[in-house]
Write a protein that binds this ligand. Structure first.
Ligand code: SAM
Length: 326
């Protein structure tokens, strides 16, 4: 199924997350310990979660069961001049030695791995004791005032947007599988049973997407030991200086200020346009305007109000997320 939808997978991801999936991945990357020397991105798909894992001296593995998805990942990474190891393999039978991985990331993949207990057991096997697991996943609505809106989005909007895909049925599956995954409580129980201790939980877009960080129990949380002989970190060739600099996090204070200013401006414009619309509705009939001018003005005011309302919400949600890494 994923091989069939691989062509437009990234585009639909962007649309369905309202352009926020990049920020969620950055939050996941920021949870990977800086000293992790072997990192596995499980269910890597088209490789969207790989770039932020790049670090000098670190071995990054992208594993997926779909060849066409991995081909897209390989094409994308070769353009960046970086070569993570991409492996076509089943998450239930990872071709990796026990305890050989320092951190595992999995974005929007956990939901597809069933039975979940077996998938978590396999992840626990390859993760060293004390190693970290980061799971980013779309979750079902939790009870609350926004639950009906969230359920409507999952049941109607996602399958509707899925019509842009070569296989619309895959997006009906997506919607169904999010409900089957649940709101997270059951997943947290499975994590605990598989030997993980949850250290962090975050929610994005009012809980529609969630991030869990968990450590594999059974070992100290110290620095990773040397990579096993069977998993050697890739030697880092000469990286252009710019490349090295691009790994540093953006100054988070400046980022918050800049987004805060944009948010204020957007909210101010929204209020101004809302007032203008109100005044125009009251006085518009008396203004000396041709019918087409009246119609255009009406349309422009409404478009402005809707546009700035959406922008204000998007900026507000962005401010709640982690600052990006360059
Ligand atoms: C929703 S996509 C997520 C891709 C990517 N992580 C992202 O964030 O865009 C789920 C991926 O899981 C992969 N997958 C499903 N079952 C798998 C399995 N048993 N072993 C490895 N990969 C699997 C699919 O091929 C697909 O690429």
């Amino acid at each position: 199924m994923f091989s069939r939808v691989s062509d437009r997978y990234d585009l639909l991801n962007r649309l369905m997350s309202l352009g926020r999936d990049g920020a969620w991945r950055r939050a996941m990357w920021s949870g990977v310990p800086g000293d992790a020397r072997t990192v596995l991105d499980l269910c890597t798909g088209s490789g969207a979660s790989l770039p932020g894992l790049r670090k000098a001296g670190r071995l990054v593995l992208g594993v997926d069961v779909s060849g066409p998805m991995l081909e897209i990942a390989a094409a994308g990474e070769s353009q960046r001049g970086w070569a993570p190891r991409l492996v076509c393999a089943d998450a239930f039978h990872l071709p990796l030695p026990d305890g050989s991985i320092d951190a595992v990331t999995i974005a929007f993949g956990m939901r597809n791995l069933r039975p979940r207990e077996r998938a978590l057991a396999e992840i626990a096997r390859v993760l060293r004791p004390g190693g970290r697991l980061l799971v980013l996943e779309a979750a079902a609505p939790r009870p609350g005032p926004l639950a009906p809106l969230h359920a409507f989005y999952l049941r109607s909007v996602i399958p509707f947007l899925g019509r842009l895909s070569p296989d619309p049925a895959a997006y009906e599956y997506l919607s169904r599988s999010i409900f089957e995954f649940g709101a997270g409580e059951e997943f947290e129980r499975d994590l605990a049973q598989a030997g993980f201790s949850i250290s962090e939980r975050r929610g994005f877009m009012l809980g529609a997407t969630r991030l869990w960080a968990a450590e594999r129990r059974g070992g100290r949380l110290g620095p990773p030991r040397e990579a096993t002989r069977s998993l050697q970190p890739a030697t880092l060739g000469e990286l252009p200086r710019g490349e090295m600099r691009s790994l540093s996090p953006v100054g988070s204070t400046e980022w918050r200020w800049w987004n805060g200013v944009q948010l204020l401006l957007s909210a101010a414009l929204l209020v101004a346009l809302g007032l203008a619309l109100r005044v125009y509705s009251r006085l518009g009939g008396g203004l000396p305007l041709a019918p087409w001018q009246r119609l255009s003005l009406h349309f422009l005011l409404w478009a402005g109000v809707i546009g700035f309302a959406v922008r204000t919400v998007v900026l507000w949600l962005r401010l709640r997320d982690a600052p990006p890494r360059r």
